[in-house]
Design a binder for this molecule. Structure first.
Ligand SMILES: Cc1cc2nc3c(=O)[nH]c(=O)nc-3n(C[C@H](O)[C@H](O)[C@H](O)COP(=O)(O)OP(=O)(O)OC[C@H]3O[C@@H](n4cnc5c(N)ncnc54)[C@H](O)[C@@H]3O)c2cc1C
Length: 394
């Protein structure tokens, strides 16, 4: 059993062998992965030690105190939060060995090719086709949309229709797609913030070897649930210090700029402060549950709360700042590598937070999930469950 003391000992060993001050950051991260200190709950040989997930904090604290580099989790969020747990659960040994190390050290960025122009909330209706060839490879044709980070990604998690003759959930298969392959075309989509952090992706005769299929043929919907449940936790369940995250910037402005205060804004700030703290502590509980297994539907509730609060809080901040809140430093189309709220002006955060109730499942759809799967309420009427995908009205 690997306990906290054992992890401290191993961390000290790593720091002695690869002193951060004299080691190239990329080499340090590789050595950390090989020492099993990347994600301690992963199996040995895959960056972990099979230790309880909650003990990761012990390693992180020791490494931060020693000034060790990290893998910039925000830049590789889709890989860490969504691709990796899905590969770990459904991947072959060869896939795990090939993909997890470069993913964790940040050498290979991942994106998610799920949504399509005609399949967002109703993702299972997707129409991108993957057709098996005589040699066993797959040839993929279709269009994906809203693909965050596709412009910097080396790999994608992709779901495609492999059998149009069965009901929509049954005919989907999950693949790992090489974004540098011929036939993959990425075009920017400019957002309300002026930036183009996401893209449309056109797939034309893209050849994917069968060795890059994740899970069984036709089982892609089940595999995708692992990705989606992890996505909601990744969006809604970040670890934050007290008054960190959403409520931090507006609280800081409130303290530093007394001339902006009004009674009404004070009341609203206090209400949102309490709600943000409650959400932060609930996130902490969620992480403790995660320590003993895969996330369930609780992540949907957390993501719902995060989206609403982030929108209300950034709106309050823009109001507090008045005309200043609308200032925007640059309106040229930028192609950021990551979504980073840190240090950005209130106007940017206000506009970007609009997407929070859409990305990773809309708030309306998450309410349905919580109603049906958590509260056990009757499900929405569904008329397409037993109809072959090819016969659905489009
Ligand atoms: C910033 C951002 C980043 C994203 N990144 C990615 C990515 O990297 N990869 C990816 O694959 N996708 C990504 N998405 C896409 C996202 O998952 C979809 O936009 C989302 O699932 C909604 O789908 P849609 O846009 O097709 O809207 P629709 O599904 O058409 O929904 C339109 C409206 O109808 C409502 N609605 C739909 N069905 C129901 C229902 N059953 N009950 C009640 N209301 C309903 C919705 O809540 C919404 O208000 C991203 C989106 C955003 C905003």
């Amino acid at each position: 059993m690997t306990d906290a003391a054992e992890l401290r000992r191993r961390t000290a060993e790593l720091l002695a062998a690869e002193p951060p001050a004299d080691t190239d950051p990329a080499d340090f991260l590789k050595a950390r992965f090989d020492a099993g200190l990347a994600w301690v709950h992963y199996p040995e040989g895959l960056g972990g030690l099979g230790a309880p997930r909650s003990l990761q904090a012990v390693v992180d604290a020791e490494l931060a105190a020693a000034g060790a580099p990290d893998n910039d989790p925000r830049r590789i969020g889709i890989g860490l939060g969504m691709a990796a747990p899905t590969i770990l659960r459904y991947g072959t040994e060869e896939q795990k060995q090939r993909f997890l190390r470069p993913l964790w050290v940040g050498e290979e960025v991942w994106c998610q090719l799920f949504s399509e122009p005609g399949a967002g909330s109703d993702l299972a209706a997707l129409g991108t086709r993957a057709v098996r060839q005589d040699d066993g490879d797959w040839v993929v044709n279709g269009q994906k949309v809203w693909t965050s980070s596709a412009h910097v990604a080396r790999w994608a998690i992709l779901i495609a229709r492999t059998d149009p003759d069965v009901p929509k959930h049954a005919g989907i298969t999950y693949f790992l797609c090489d974004m540098t392959d011929p036939g993959v075309e990425v075009r920017p989509l400019r957002q309300i913030t002026g930036e183009a952090e996401f893209n449309e992706v056109f797939l034309t005769d893209v050849r994917i070897p069968d060795s890059r299929r994740l899970g069984d043929i036709g089982d892609g919907w089940r595999v995708a649930q692992t990705t989606l449940n992890n996505e909601r936790v990744a969006i809604g369940g970040m670890r934050l210090p007290r008054e960190g995250g959403m409520i931090g910037p507006v609280s800081k402005t409130w303290r530093e700029r007394p001339e902006l205060r009004t009674h009404d804004l004070h009341q609203r700030l206090l209400k949102l402060w309490v709600e943000a703290e409650a959400a932060r502590l609930t996130g902490e509980r969620l992480r403790q549950q995660l320590a003993v297994g895969q996330p369930g539907y609780e992540g949907s509730g957390m993501k719902l709360a995060f989206a609403r609060l982030n929108q209300e809080i950034s709106g309050l901040e823009v109001e507090l700042l008045g005309a200043e809140g609308l200032l925007y430093d640059d309106w040229t189309m930028r192609r950021p590598e990551l979504v980073d709220f840190t240090g950005r002006e209130a106007g940017y955060r206000y506009l970007r937070s609009k997407g929070n109730s859409i990305e990773g499942g809309t708030s309306e759809v998450l309410l349905n999930i919580v109603a049906e799967r958590v509260l056990g309420l009757p499900s929405e009427p569904r008329t397409d469950k037993d109809v072959a995908w090819k016969d659905l009205a489009r």
